[in-house]
Design a protein around this ligand. Structure first.
Ligand SMILES: Cc1cc2nc3c(=O)[nH]c(=O)nc-3n(C[C@H](O)[C@H](O)[C@H](O)COP(=O)(O)OP(=O)(O)OC[C@H]3O[C@@H](n4cnc5c(N)ncnc54)[C@H](O)[C@@H]3O)c2cc1C
Length: 457
C-alpha cells in the first residue's frame, strides 16, 4: 500500500460492542474511522426496548460484568449517573436439585454448610487444593477437565448449569482450553484450580482491586445505553448504518469496499459474527480468500421469552438473579432471570418481569417452536417452580437462530482460518466473540486488541 495509506480512514465492519470499542480506541489514537452496519441502530445483539406501561425488555444480553476496565469506560462515557448496579439480592442464584429450587452457595463456608452437595463432593473439593501441577499436552472437553478436578456432582449441579447460562452450551462438547481459558491457565500455573483462584484474588488485592467477582450492572434504559454512548462519542460521519458490506478488495491505494465506491481505507477491521464473516467476499476476484468454513462454528438457537406477571400471581419471592437448570434435572427451561429483582424500572408497579431462556445445545428444537407451543410449556414449568398460577400479562418472544458461538474441540481450526486470512491479506483484522471470548467485557477488550493491531500493522 502507498506511503499515504496512514492518512486514509480505517473501515470497521460491525457496530456491535466489539466494532464500537475498536472505533473508540482508533479515534483516541487520532485515526479516522468509518463503521459500517446493515442495522438501523448501533449495538448489534444488545437490544433494550421500553414498552408501556413500564416494561423494559432486554432481548439479548441482560447484564454486564464490570471489571475495572469497564468501570473506567462507563465513567469516561459519562454513563455514571445512568449506571444501575444489580440489587444485593442478585448474589443469590438458584439451581434446581431434585425438582426443588435451592440457592447455590456463594462462599466456601456456605458451600461446606449447604445441603445442595454431598459430603463426598465437599471432601473432593477440599482435596482439589492438592491437585498436582502436571503438564497437560492436549485440550480436552470441559466436562472431563472439570470432573477430573471436582468430581461428577459439581459438574452436574454447578458447571453444567453455569455453562448453560453463559454459552447455552454443553460442557461435554466445549473445549476446556478455549471456552474457559482462565481455568486452563490456572491449572497450567498452579495445578489446583482452587489455588489458582486464591492466587488471582491475592493479585487483585495487590493491584488495589476488590478480590471478589466484578459488580454486575446495567443502565437506566438498559444495556443499549453503552453502545449508544460509544457511537455518540465518535466524530460525526463515522457511523454508516443501514449499510451492508459484501465485498472487500485490497488494492495498491488501499482497501475498496463495495458499499463505499470511490473511497479507500487504510485497513479493515471485521467485528462480525461467524455467519457474516463466512458470507463475506474477500480479496481480489483472481485470488479470493474465504472465511466460509466459519459457518461450521456451531451456534445453538435460543429463544428469550420476556414475561410480565402481576406480582400477586407469582408466589416465589424472586429474591435472586434467577434460576439455572442442570441438564440431569431434565426440565424444558435453560434458565429464568428475575429481571425486576435484578435492576429497578423493569416492570410497572405491582408487576414483575422474568426472562425465560429456551433451547440452546440441549433442546435446540424447542427454541425453534412458535410462541403458541412454547408458552404453555413454560407456564406449566413456572407454575410448578415459582408458583406462577396465572398466565403472564405481557409476553415478548425473541428468537436467536444462531445465538452464541460454541468453542468446541475443533475450535483451533477456526482460529487457524482467521489467522491465515490475516496473514494473506495484510491490513485485515478479525475479532470479537468468534475469536476473543463471548461476554461483553471480552468484546470491549477485543475492540482494544483489534485497534492496537490495526495501529501496528
Ligand atoms: C441472547 C444472548 C444473550 C446474551 N447475554 C449476555 C449477557 O447477559 N452478558 C454478556 O456479557 N454477554 C451476553 N451475550 C453475549 C454478548 O451479547 C455478545 O457476545 C456481544 O454483544 C457481541 O458483540 P459484537 O459486537 O461482537 O457482535 P454483534 O453484537 O453480533 O454485532 C455485530 C454487528 O455486525 C453487523 N453486521 C453483520 N453483517 C455485516 C456486514 N456484512 N457488514 C457490516 N456489518 C455487519 C450486525 O448487524 C451487528 O450489528 C449474549 C448474547 C446473546 C445472543
Amino acid at each position: 500500500m502507498g506511503p499515504n495509506s496512514d492518512r486514509l480512514p480505517i473501515a470497521i465492519l460491525g457496530a456491535g460492542l466489539t466494532g464500537l470499542s475498536a472505533a473508540r480506541q482508533l479515534v483516541r489514537a487520532g485515526r479516522r474511522v468509518v463503521v459500517f452496519d446493515p442495522a438501523p441502530a448501533p449495538g448489534g445483539v444488545i437490544r433494550s426496548e421500553r414498552h408501556e406501561p413500564g416494561w423494559l425488555i432486554e432481548s439479548g444480553p441482560n447484564s454486564l460484568q464490570e471489571p475495572p476496565a469497564v468501570a473506567a469506560l462507563v465513567r469516561e462515557l459519562g454513563l455514571a449517573p445512568r449506571r444501575q448496579p444489580a440489587a444485593p439480592a442478585a448474589k443469590n442464584r438458584y439451581i434446581l436439585r431434585d425438582g426443588v429450587l435451592r440457592p447455590l452457595p456463594t462462599s466456601p463456608p456456605a458451600f461446606l454448610r449447604s445441603d445442595v452437595f454431598s459430603a463426598r463432593t465437599k471432601f473432593r473439593v477440599l482435596r482439589e487444593f492438592f491437585h498436582p501441577r502436571q503438564p497437560r499436552l492436549h485440550d480436552l472437553p470441559l466436562a472431563d477437565f472439570f470432573r477430573e478436578h471436582f468430581g461428577p456432582e459439581l459438574l452436574a449441579y454447578a458447571l453444567d448449569p453455569f455453562v448453560s447460562g453463559i454459552y447455552a452450551g454443553d460442557p461435554a462438547r466445549l473445549s476446556a482450553r478455549h471456552s474457559f481459558p482462565s481455568l486452563w491457565k490456572g491449572e497450567h500455573e498452579h495445578g489446583s484450580l482452587i489455588r489458582a483462584q486464591l492466587a488471582s484474588a491475592r493479585a487483585k488485592r495487590a493491584r488495589g482491586e476488590p478480590a471478589g467477582p466484578p459488580p454486575i450492572i446495567s443502565f437506566t434504559d438498559g444495556l443499549v445505553e453503552l453502545p449508544r454512548a460509544l457511537a455518540a462519542a465518535l466524530p460525526p460521519g463515522s457511523l454508516r448504518l443501514d449499510t451492508t458490506v459484501n465485498q472487500l478488495t485490497p488494492g495498491p491505494d488501499g482497501w475498496i469496499l463495495d458499499a463505499a465506491p470511490g473511497e479507500r481505507f487504510a485497513r479493515v477491521i471485521l467485528a462480525l459474527p461467524a455467519p457474516a464473516l463466512a458470507r463475506l467476499g474477500l480479496g481480489s476476484p483472481g485470488a479470493p480468500t474465504s472465511l466460509a468454513s466459519l459457518d461450521l462454528l456451531e451456534h445453538p438457537p435460543v429463544t428469550a421469552l420476556f414475561l410480565g406477571y402481576r406480582r400477586v400471581d407469582v408466589e416465589h419471592p424472586l429474591d435472586g438473579f434467577g434460576v439455572l437448570f442442570p441438564s440431569v434435572e431434565n426440565r424444558r427451561l435453560l434458565g429464568v432471570l428475575f429481571n425486576s429483582t435484578l435492576f429497578p424500572g423493569r416492570a410497572p408497579a405491582d408487576h414483575v418481569a422474568l426472562t425465560v431462556m429456551l433451547g440452546g445445545a440441549r433442546q435446540p428444537d424447542l427454541a425453534r417452536q412458535p410462541v403458541e407451543y412454547q408458552l404453555p410449556v413454560v407456564q406449566k414449568e413456572l407454575a410448578a417452580l415459582l408458583g406462577a398460577r396465572r398466565p403472564p400479562v405481557f409476553v415478548r418472544r425473541t428468537h436467536w437462530p444462531r445465538a452464541i458461538p460454541q468453542y468446541q474441540m475443533t475450535h483451533d481450526s477456526h482460529l487457524e482460518v482467521m489467522a491465515a486470512a490475516e496473514k494473506r491479506l495484510p491490513g485485515l483484522h478479525i475479532g470479537g466473540p468468534v475469536r476473543d471470548g463471548i461476554g461483553l467485557p471480552a468484546c470491549l477488550a477485543a475492540g482494544d486488541r483489534l485497534a492496537a493491531a490495526a495501529l501496528e500493522a
